[in-house]
Design a protein. Structure first.
Length: 435
């Protein structure tokens, strides 16, 4: 562990000093509880796990809140850890934050109330569950989990340990999404029979770069964690991890929650009955979809995910979006705008539809409020887990190149052992998933 006074001189020896020690909580069993409950006016102490691009965003958000203190900065990349700690010290000169290489050292601290997790996707579930078991609340980047079964385990542990969770669907907090929900729920569009959601782009040709030794400042074994072993290739690591099934699910998995969120929030559709994906894989070493289209059949509802913007009213020019088609009219939206087609007219709002949803103070602000109050967050675990399941099923249909029939009650694919095998995956030893 590096102390505050040593932080600016963090060395590789100090950074990796815990690697040879016996570490708690390889899977389950990290049961260090926070030492005090939070009162409504108390300060919240956070630790940040994973401080790349989005992780630095987390650090900035929480450092900007007067009732939040940062106690820990953790990353397996020594340079990222050092640079982010320096950045925090510039924002909050009084900080006593310490730098860590192993996130389990952060979870052992009883003075930390909550963590933010901005690791690669394959770490989200395990970091979250171990945080729950150590008595800490979690603000985690999306997607929720690498596999469907991981989401099950996250929800079970969250409930068992009574923890607060917020998924980083920051657009959820915006006024536009709130207003779209009010408009769709009002019934002015009539019964919604078709929903189209889309995101342009996909995995490109990354070529076949060579295997090399990992850089000296990266603990590559810890970066891989529960993922399958693979020789180090720089283009598989850091930002590009999302283009490999070992760690993520491409643009589809990355952006699903941001735009499917408005559909699930507005309609509470339950789970799909059938899932059928089409698409292509890229050339080169990457293997997540170059493009993917998925047809979902929900009860009394058709839902289509497409990689290209659909040719429907209001969608033109939107690289990501959602369109609701009802019996009386339609509404198309993206993160910050909406357009309604009703009674032969085009408009951006219907004043007669009342404001019924309380507006958000901001996504991380909502999390801190709920850490204190113990209320459900805006993007709470039960909600986002339900919303994430169709994405996992779309990935499986793409990989197997066949249509799936989903039994939502049993949470398994009907009559398809290969598909059910892809609902989870074995962890690389010594890591395991606490069920």
């Amino acid at each position: 562990m590096t102390t505050h006074s040593e932080a600016t001189g963090l060395t590789r020896r100090r950074f990796l000093s815990t690697s040879g020690k016996a570490l708690l909580g390889t899977g389950a069993g990290l049961l260090v509880l926070s030492e005090r409950a939070k009162g409504a006016n108390d300060r919240v102490v956070v630790g940040h796990i994973g401080v790349g691009g989005m992780g630095n965003g987390h650090v900035g958000w929480f450092a900007g809140m007067p009732d939040v203190d940062t106690a820990a900065i953790c990353d397996v990349d020594q340079n990222r850890c050092r640079d982010t700690l320096k950045r925090l010290q510039g924002m909050r000169p009084e900080t006593k934050a310490e730098a860590y290489h192993d996130f389990r050292r952060v979870l052992e601290r009883t003075d930390i109330d909550a963590i933010s997790c901005a690791t690669p996707d394959h770490w989200h579930a395990l970091a979250t569950i171990l945080a729950f078991q150590s008595g800490k609340d979690v603000y985690s980047e999306k997607p929720l989990s690498h596999s469907l079964r991981e989401g099950q385990a996250m929800l079970a542990n969250g409930r068992r340990y009574g923890r607060v969770f917020q998924l980083g669907t920051q657009i959820h907090a915006g006024d536009n999404y709130h207003r779209v929900v009010e408009l769709v729920r009002s019934g002015v569009l009539g019964r919604i029979h078709t929903v189209r959601i889309w995101k342009n782009g996909g995995t490109g040709d990354m070529g076949y770069p060579p295997e090399t030794e990992p850089p000296a400042d990266l603990d590559y074994g810890m970066w891989l964690g529960p993922a399958p072993w693979h020789p180090y290739v720089a283009q598989r690591c850091h930002f590009n991890f999302r283009y490999f099934w070992d760690y993520s699910g491409g643009d589809y998995a990355d952006f699903w929650c941001h735009i499917a969120d408005i559909f699930f929030w507005s309609m509470n559709p339950g789970q799909p009955k059938t899932i059928e994906a089409r698409g292509e894989s890229p050339n080169g070493i990457a293997d997540t979809p170059a493009w993917i289209d998925v047809d979902y059949e929900f009860p009394d509802l058709k839902v289509y995910w497409t990689t290209r913007t659909p040719d429907v009213p209001g969608a033109a020019g939107k690289g990501i979006g959602c369109q609701f088609e009802g019996e009386k009219g339609s509404l198309a939206c993206d993160y910050g705008s909406r357009v309604i087609f009703l009674d032969g007219k085009q408009m951006d709002d219907i004043p007669d539809v009342p404001i019924t949803l309380p507006r958000s103070p901001g996504h991380p602000q909502d999390f801190v409020r709920c850490v204190k109050s113990r209320e459900l967050t805006e993007s709470n675990l039960a909600y986002v887990r339900e919303m994430t399941i169709p994405m996992h099923l779309g990935c499986i249909s793409f990989r197997l190149k066949r249509k799936l029939t989903w039994d939502a009650k049993k949470e398994q694919v009907v009559g398809d052992d290969a598909a059910n095998a892809l609902l989870s995956r074995p962890y690389r030893a010594p890591w395991y998933l606490p069920l």
